[in-house]
Design a protein around this ligand. Structure first.
Ligand code: HEM
Length: 103
């Protein structure tokens, strides 16, 4: 009887642990193009952009203001646009990855 109870508790702890781990793991959220569009930085929304399938948070990034930066807008796949920037892709290294863009 005691052993049974122990197995129950162990099972519950494992399920809880797995649930928590999948919720809090950063950078694993999946976005469609339509979902990404809602993260435009306007009206208190967060500002996310996608480059080469990865979604980055530019909400508080230097040079970005309410989802705008040098004529560029958040909420979009900017894979092509970033190739025209004077700084190149290295600026992405300092941004938080929130997830991936799904097709
Ligand atoms: C497409 C995505 C883009 C991202 C994620 C991005 C990100 C950033 C970030 C984080 C900074 C500040 C930090 C740093 O310089 O290291 C920055 C600066 C800058 N970016 Fe971008 N950028 C993008 C596109 C562009 C484009 C298309 C242009 C211009 C055509 C541009 C022009 C500049 C300039 C001139 C600066 C330096 C001065 C300033 O902040 O005003 N960027 N960018």
């Amino acid at each position: 009887m005691k052993l049974r109870k122990l197995f129950w508790i162990m099972g519950l702890v494992m399920i809880l642990g797995l649930g928590l781990a999948s919720c809090s793991t950063p950078g694993t959220e999946k976005f469609t193009v339509v979902e990404l569009a809602t993260y435009d930085g306007k009206n208190g929304n967060k500002a996310y952009i996608a480059v080469s399938g990865k979604v980055y948070d530019v909400t508080n990034a230097e040079g970005w203001n309410k989802g705008s930066h040098q004529g560029v807008s958040a909420g979009l796949d900017l894979t092509q646009v970033i190739t025209m920037a004077p700084h190149g892709k290295s600026v992405l290294d300092n941004l938080k990855i929130v997830g991936t863009l799904t097709k």
